[in-house]
Design a binder for this molecule. Structure first.
Ligand SMILES: [Zn+2]
Length: 420
């Protein structure tokens, strides 16, 4: 029998983590522990896509690779998907980190003109070119740590002109950087200083001008709102998200992060694609989310950065049957690019098992950004976004932390990171 020639074979992984079976619907409850592992597994890749996965002996009998990578003793799995980042901003907030150590809360820092508003000032001053350069550095680091797709929000512009600038940056990154970047419009990230006493007027600007412009230029797929006490209330959030929907922007929301604000209930009501954070979500709200298939995106690094003692109740969400995903929440107050760190935090602070956390940063994260049809698992026909980790089995993810366990990254069939 002549062998089929393919571009690339990755052979003999100690564990080939396929996560197959969850492309149509996310993995729920006990399904989150089923990683679809093939021991001594190989994968065939051609034209940037996955052709086949299976036992090394079978794959090597059927295919010959123009190139091949020996993954003996290593774990091979889908590239990480980061479903929640505030990628585009200028400047730093290291001083505020010290304020937090000394005991000031996030809201106190925001009220002193720090927090988001400081980043807004600096982002408004930055040129599109500068922002693209900043973001490329961040994406390089993310890619080196195994992230091959990232959702990116605007939200540090807060004027029509500056929000559009930030979204154009995301559009350019998609063309100029190997990482896939999925755009979200977050004009409702904070109430800008010039609308301090007139939040409704700012909401009107978002609805009347920003959303139509963003949709018209096809600069975002999702519309997100920071629904929180003293930021955007439930009524304003609902108005923005429903209006976004009429323009084809799918709803997401930052919900119940700092206070119990019935954000989870609202996420279910507007049939959001996802609700994020959820530290203070009510059980009724979570049940409503499960019923309406709203994905939960949990961001333990945000709680860690804010030095909170509370984390989202991931165990309850998994028990209720919510699709749980995990993201970095990369932003100037939570500066983390690495999804491996998030797995370590999720295991320790939210008692997720390594297998559950792996599902949450791959296929379930892909569902949270509506990309599960093309990424998040290793199955024929999907994009060949594959990472090779220097660990003997998946339980080392989360267990070992603080160093980069990723050896190689393959993005759409091309070797883009090789740390050996
Ligand atoms: Zn966020």
């Amino acid at each position: 029998m002549t062998k089929k020639k393919v571009d690339l074979l990755i052979t003999n992984a100690s564990e080939l983590i396929t996560l197959q079976g969850w492309s149509q619907k996310p993995a729920l409850a006990v399904q989150m522990r089923d990683l679809g592992i093939i021991r001594k597994g190989s994968i065939a890749i051609h034209n940037g896509k996955i052709v086949a996965t299976g036992k090394a002996s079978e794959i090597e009998r059927t295919f010959s690779g123009k190139e091949s990578i020996d993954a003996t003793g290593e774990v091979v799995m889908p590239g990480f998907v980061d479903p929640h980042t505030h990628l585009v901003f200028a400047g730093f907030r290291e001083d505020e980190f010290e304020m937090r150590i000394k005991g000031l809360s996030y809201m106190e820092i925001l009220q002193r003109g720090g927090g988001i508003l400081k980043s807004v000032q600096e982002t408004r001053k930055a040129s599109e070119e500068q922002l693209v350069e900043n973001c490329k550095k961040t994406l390089d680091i993310m890619l080196e740590h195994g992230t091959t797709t990232v959702e990116a929000k605007s939200g540090y512009g807060l004027t029509l002109k500056d929000e559009m600038k930030c979204l154009r940056v995301i559009q350019r990154l998609n063309k100029e950087h190997p990482v896939t970047v999925v755009p979200t419009f977050l004009g409702a990230h904070a109430i800008p200083a010039e609308y301090e006493r007139n939040a409704d007027e700012y909401v009107k600007l978002i609805i009347d001008e920003m959303i139509p412009a963003v949709a018209d230029q096809k600069l975002a797929e999702f519309c997100d709102v920071f629904c929180e006490k003293e930021v955007f209330n439930k009524d304003q959030t609902k108005q923005i998200l429903l209006h976004g929907k009429t323009h084809g922007l799918k709803p997401k929301l930052h919900a119940d992060e700092m206070t119990a604000f019935k954000g989870a209930e609202l996420a279910a009501e507007v049939e959001a694609v996802s609700a994020e954070h959820l530290l203070f979500a009510s059980i009724a709200g979570l049940k409503a989310m499960a019923k309406k298939h709203v994905n939960a995106v949990l961001l333990p690094a945000a709680a860690f950065s804010l030095m909170l003692s509370r984390y989202a109740n991931a165990r309850k969400m998994i028990e209720i049957g919510i699709a749980v995903a995990l993201g970095t929440d990369f932003n100037p107050s939570c500066w983390v690019e690495n999804q491996q760190t998030i797995i370590a935090l999720a295991c320790r602070q939210m008692k997720m098992t390594p297998a559950e956390a792996i599902t949450a940063v791959t296929i379930n994260a892909a569902h949270a950004i509506k990309r599960a049809h093309e990424i998040g698992s290793l199955e024929p026909g999907k994009k060949a976004d594959v990472i090779i980790l220097n660990i003997p089995n998946h339980k080392f993810l989360g267990y070992r932390f603080g160093t980069n366990l990723v050896n190689k990254v393959i993005k759409e069939g091309k070797l883009v990171v090789d740390r050996e």
